[in-house]
Design a protein around this ligand. Structure first.
Ligand code: FMN
Ligand code: 7N5
Length: 378
């Protein structure tokens, strides 16, 4: 991996090593992908102020996330189907995060179950919840996260209905997968991936096993989600979730100031300013465009996390400069996982950490607390 120098290198390796349907599932976005593109493009528009002759010999990325020490202001975002990018992918990603001293968030739509991960790692991880119509099942799922000692619940609030990802339909991303000659050839030319996935603990959604008829529904993933997820979910349900989950609660997927104000009244400890990585409402603003307004309005009441479009350490510093306390990364580490399993995720985190340290040095700051709009050129 010594010639891997940036996240784009990991993306290229992921593309070569993993079947097209799974790479595209990770890489692509909804409809025209305008919002997907805007996330990264708007970050790149933000210019730094170069500052010189400041003693930057003691640069340090350490910070706190929801009161807990963290080695850097990064969190691995919930990403569905990681176990299809690499056998036991959720376990590998969680181990890499814990070794790097940052939180890992397990998606409801994981291949490994909550219990699989808990048995394989030493420290607590975060659990992301999607609310389905079967509330008894959701209550049991939250109770499983409590039993596994998950240290935060991330309630995703921007996927009551799923934004269509054209490429997933073209690729036959169904449960179980739709086969074609091209797909068989694609799989046959990726033997390392196939044997890794076959050695993995599971081949379908581990958290849902035994509860929902995943394998019997031969439908597009999106049709299946639309049939299972609860479109009636609303603000009142947060009280219901809080009556089951006693720990830290994070609402993920807020883009609107009015929603952020309501969120601040729910007692949630944090929100993630996010458009789901451009996979949901196409035509929504980029996450970075709305971040400053949300920070100004509710930043003193709750912790503001950010995600969407982060591909470099420079992007992390940009989001922190505009008021985020920490950043979630999705694709940046999913590419690492597809490229090289746990080592690839570790590499992705390391690349971002080194880029952050260099950016801080060239902007003349030593600590995360010092990063504010002073590091930006107006
Ligand atoms: C392949 C993939 C699967 C995702 N699955 C979930 C999920 O299960 N739950 C969730 O809350 N967000 C999910 N997300 C959204 C991420 O948590 C995050 O918001 C997004 O990836 C951030 O954008 P970025 O990929 O540009 O970093 C997914 C994102 C990707 C790329
Ligand atoms: C498996 C579908 C839900 C996962 C998800 O949130 C995403 O693909 O963006």
């Amino acid at each position: 991996m010594k010639h891997i120098t940036c996240i784009e290198d990991l993306r290229q390796l992921h593309k070569r090593r993993v079947p097209k349907a799974f790479f595209d599932y990770a890489d692509r976005g909804s409809y025209t992908e305008d919002t997907l593109r805007a996330n990264s493009e708007d970050l790149q528009q933000i210019k730094f102020r170069q500052r010189i002759l400041v003693d930057v010999s003691k640069r340090d990325l350490s910070t706190t996330i929801l009161g807990e020490p963290a080695a850097m202001p990064l969190i691995l975002a919930p990403v569905g189907l990681l176990g299809m990018q690499h056998g036991d992918g959720e376990i590998h990603a969680c181990r890499a995060a814990q070794a790097a001293g940052i939180p890992f968030t397990q998606s409801t739509m994981s291949i490994c179950s909550i219990e699989d991960i808990a048995a394989a790692v030493d420290k607590p991880f975060w659990f992301q919840l999607y609310v389905m119509k079967d509330r008894g099942f959701i209550k049991a799922l939250i109770e499983r996260a409590i039993a596994a000692k998950c240290s935060a619940l991330v309630l995703t609030v921007d996927l009551q209905v799923i934004g269509q990802r054209h490429q997933d339909i073209k690729n036959g991303m169904t449960v179980p997968p739709e086969w074609s000659l091209a797909k068989l050839i694609d799989f046959a030319t990726k033997p390392a991936w196939v044997s890794g996935v076959l050695r993995g603990k599971r081949r379908t959604f581990g958290n849902l096993a035994g509860h929902l008829k995943v394998s019997e529904d031969i439908t597009a993933l999106s049709t299946w989600i639309n049939s299972q997820f609860d479109t009636s979910l609303n603000w009142k349900d947060i009280d219901w979730i809080r009556s089951i989950w006693p720990g830290k609660l994070i609402l993920k997927g807020i883009l609107d100031v009015e929603d952020a104000e309501i969120a601040a009244k729910t007692g949630a400890q944090a929100i993630v300013v996010s458009n789901h990585g451009g996979r949901q409402l196409d035509g929504a603003p980029s996450s970075i465009e709305v971040l400053p307004e949300i920070v100004d309005t509710v930043g003193s009441q709750m912790e503001i996390m950010f995600d969407g479009g982060i591909r470099t350490g420079m992007d992390v510093v940009r989001a922190l400069a505009l008021g985020a306390k920490s950043c979630m990364i999705g694709r940046a580490y999913a590419y690492g996982l597809g490229a090289a399993g746990e080592a690839g995720v570790a590499k992705a985190i390391d690349i971002l950490a080194k880029e952050m340290l260099t950016t801080m040095g060239l902007c003349g700051v030593n600590t995360i607390a010092e990063i504010n709009d002073n590091v930006l050129a107006v």
